[in-house]
Design a binder for this molecule. Structure first.
Ligand SMILES: NC(=O)C1=CN([C@@H]2O[C@H](COP(=O)(O)OP(=O)(O)OC[C@H]3O[C@@H](n4cnc5c(N)ncnc54)[C@H](O)[C@@H]3O)[C@@H](O)[C@H]2O)[C@@H](O)CC1
Ligand SMILES: [K+]
Length: 537
């Protein structure tokens, strides 16, 4: 290849990598508007051409998923979201679809790009433009027609009410006979604030531009957003790189840049010695799952502190782990002894505590003693969190840099109830900053809050992982990665991603229904191989 061609090729690859890294940012509605404006100012593209690009991407998606026999009703607002809808109508018509636009006059003034696209559509396909005046009625829809929601996007300035609220309700009532595809945002959904109790379109699919919006990742909005597809419209990489974002979402490339492949002269000492404190009578399985995950995630050495009743079970189930046997038969109350002196504590690179631990008085007492002596970051889960929740004084003793891994109920016990998901994120971040902890909140999009105030979401994982023991596996993975020398933040980002991806592989092989926590452990190997194959950007 001539030199010029090589440099063009490398510039293209660089741009691809940059875009991959950049679009992990989750911007506010205002930042997205600024990104659009910056792109229009700094690249040779007009606002109308950007809208055309967005419409082309949406049309291609619709054509891939619905055939030409599907009647398409496109409900358009008066702003640029409606402009997208009008452009999509024209492009679908060009492809032979029976697409019709209905313009809802919720405002007296249409945006310039809306008007331009209305005129273009009217000129080409006069019959495809219909107006619904303020307080007007929806048309009767053909059987199995597809509804495209292009009423309101990121320009929503307040919760929807009155006539438009009624229209949203009526469109939602047409489900499941009619599927709804939302353009950019389900209409009525606020990008950055809670929409709880607001009228919002319940989309089956949301086609959004360039970025995830924070609202898509909150559990309370799951019924509105449906499946998400992010379509690139090439917004300026410079703007994206320069603009800080508090919220981010991990992807394979970012996680790959954290992951450190092993060097040829490594030995088991290189990958740390972890101490896992877990299990009580009836819950030794949790300790076993966690230990197996810890070993599979690559720890050099693992010691498990378990009550007497768990000894044989652990040795048989996880022969790679060494065992400390507590004096107690059914719970542990002597694990603090491992860290009474700094020399003893230094033996372990990290302590993971909680899976199946129980909340017996002796266990709580030992946890307090452990926290009195141990100052290194730890991984704290399950019953250890429940013990912390019962004593605010104890929570204060958790070493800075530790990882806390509550599910929503444990989170509520620790930090109290909140009115909605937006408030819960604020509380999550506030505790992470004030206490200098790394706290994750488990969910479809697990939210990870860091001491610097940033929040990262994870997108791997599936509902098959909502099964007993899945959390114990995560604790094992996190403990293992910390022992191998990853920082607290790296551990959380990498560990949560791997856990979810292993779950996705397990579900693909076995089904979401049939997969169990052990399968997540079994498929960890495949996830590491996959990560290894990716080239870091
Ligand atoms: N160049 C750009 O800026 C691009 C924008 N795009 C589209 O443009 C959208 C944003 O467009 P706009 O900023 O025009 O905003 P929208 O189209 O989301 O909405 C603005 C209109 O809605 C009205 N409105 C706001 N809140 C309301 C409420 N609660 N009840 C009734 N009416 C309400 C406003 O008065 C205004 O008429 C994006 O979501 C995306 O779909 C895409 O075309 C990509 C390029
Ligand atoms: K919309």
């Amino acid at each position: 290849m001539p030199d010029g061609a090589w440099s063009l090729f490398f510039a293209y690859i660089y741009k691809l990598c940059l875009r991959r890294i950049l679009t992990m940012k989750i911007f506010t509605a205002q930042q997205i508007r600024d990104a659009d404006a910056y792109t229009i100012r700094h690249t040779p593209i007009s606002s109308l051409a950007l809208m055309e690009k967005a419409a082309i991407a949406c049309t291609a998606w619709i054509c891939r998923h619905y055939n030409e026999d599907t009647p398409v009703y496109i409900f358009c607002g008066m702003g640029n979201n409606g402009g997208d809808g009008l452009a999509i109508t024209r492009l679908l018509r060009n492809r032979g679809y029976n697409a019709v636009a209905y313009i809802l006059h919720h405002s007296t003034k249409a945006s310039d790009d809306h008007t331009a696209n209305r005129n273009a559509l009217q000129q080409q396909y006069h019959a495809a433009v219909n107006d619904i005046p303020d307080n007007g009625l929806l048309p009767q829809l053909d059987r199995n027609a597809l509804i495209v929601d292009a009423i309101l996007g990121t320009g929503l300035s307040r919760p929807v009410e009155g006539w438009i609220a009624g229209i949203i309700q009526q469109l939602n009532d047409l489900k499941p006979q009619h599927e709804i595809v939302a353009i950019d945002m389900p209409s009525g959904l606020q990008a950055d604030a809670s929409s709880i109790n607001n009228p919002v379109i319940k989309a089956d699919q949301t086609l959004s531009f360039e970025f995830y919006k924070l609202a898509f990742l909150l559990p309370e909005n799951a019924a509105f957003v449906g499946e998400i597809c992010i379509l690139s419209i090439d917004l300026s990489p410079d703007y994206i790189a320069q603009t800080p974002s508090r919220f981010n979402i991990t992807d394979a490339f970012q996680v790959r840049s954290i992951y450190r492949p092993r060097k040829p002269f490594s030995h088991k000492g290189t990958f740390g010695h972890a101490l896992l404190i877990a299990g009580s009578e009836g819950k030794i399985g949790a300790a076993v799952l966690s230990a197996k995950a810890c070993l599979r995630a690559g720890v050099g050495l693992l010691s498990c502190h378990i009550p007497r009743c768990g000894y044989q079970i652990m040795q048989i189930s996880a022969p790679g782990a060494m065992c400390f046997i507590d004096e107690q038969q059914d719970h542990s109350s002597g694990f603090h002894n491992h860290v009474l002196t700094p020399e003893a504590a230094a033996k372990f690179k990290v302590i993971g505590i909680g899976p199946g631990l129980g909340t017996a008085a002796g266990t709580s007492w030992a946890l307090e003693k452990l926290l009195d002596h141990y100052r290194q970051p730890m991984v704290i889960d399950a019953d250890a969190l429940n013990i912390l929740a019962s004593s605010p004084a104890l929570l204060k003793k958790v070493p800075a840099g530790s990882l806390l891994t509550p599910h929503p109920k444990e989170f509520e016990r620790l930090f109290g109830k909140t009115a909605n998901d937006e408030e819960r994120l604020k509380v999550l971040s506030q505790h992470a900053v004030e206490r200098q902890l790394n706290i994750l909140l488990k969910g479809r999009y697990t939210a990870m809050a860091f001491p610097d105030g940033s929040i990262w979401f994870n997108a791997t994982g599936n509902p098959g992982m909502a099964t007993g023991g899945s959390g114990d596996v995560l604790t094992g993975i996190l403990t293992s990665l910390m022992a191998q020398g990853y920082s607290s933040q790296e551990t959380m980002l990498l560990g949560v991603y791997l856990h979810g991806l292993a779950g996705d592989h397990a579900a693909a092989a076995l089904s979401q229904e049939a997969m169990i926590a052990e399968d997540i452990v079994e498929f960890l190997g495949k996830t590491f191989l996959e990560l290894h194959k990716l080239k870091p950007c």
